[in-house]
Ligand binder design. Structure first.
Ligand SMILES: [Zn+2]
Length: 193
């Protein structure tokens, strides 16, 4: 099952730099379809307490796809953690009593996933808070040594154009992303975290 993935931090930095400095030459497909939920319920297994919470339609795509993507990254040999306490009925912060400043009854606010990754230097985890599925697709694509993925609208997304996302998700390429961003205008992509 173990493929020849690049687990070494220095080699990953090198690959990221190469991606930033070369154009993508493969096929590009434009998409239009938005993924609708493929299942009506999903059992989310919390990494913190080990218990499962049944997810229903609201947010089910992000919980299911992100959990699956992080498990795939883990199975590829990377040291990753996914804190999904907001999706766990046992770990989420209890709702405060009473009313908020607008007079409405408070409801538990879902803040989303916190993702952590650490490379073979065994230093602290890089921590990023995002529940954007495409951020995780982009990360997985980089880590399994591929160079493009299908985004949420079915469009082809290429890593060469997403160096900032890889940097955000891994903490790698701090210098690479500065050089790269000079020639790539910010397009507001993947900003709905
Ligand atoms: Zn839990």
């Amino acid at each position: 099952m173990q493929e020849n993935y690049i687990l070494d931090k220095a080699l990953l930095e090198k690959r990221l730099k190469e991606l930033a400095e070369t154009p993508y030459t493969g096929e590009i497909r434009l998409g239009a379809m938005c993924y609708s939920p493929v299942v009506s319920t999903y059992e989310y297994k919390c990494e913190l307490c080990g218990k499962t919470t049944e997810q229903t339609v609201c947010g089910i795509n992000e919980v299911m796809y992100i959990t699956t993507l992080v498990n795939e990254i883990k199975n590829a040999g990377y040291d990753v953690l996914l804190d999904g306490r907001d999706y766990c009925q046992y770990c989420k912060t209890p709702e405060p009593e009473g009313h908020n400043e607008y007079g409405f009854i408070r409801k538990h606010k879902v803040n989303g996933f916190v993702f952590m990754i650490r490379f073979n230097d065994n230093k602290d985890y890089h921590v990023v808070k995002t529940s954007n599925i495409d951020n995780y697709r982009c990360l997985k694509t980089f880590l399994i040594n591929d160079d493009n993925f299908k985004g949420s609208y079915g469009q082809t997304c290429v890593l060469h154009e997403n160096i900032d996302i890889i940097h955000k998700m891994t903490g790698l390429g701090a210098e690479t992303v500065i050089e790269w961003s000079k020639s790539h205008k910010y397009r507001g992509k993947y900003s709905n975290d």
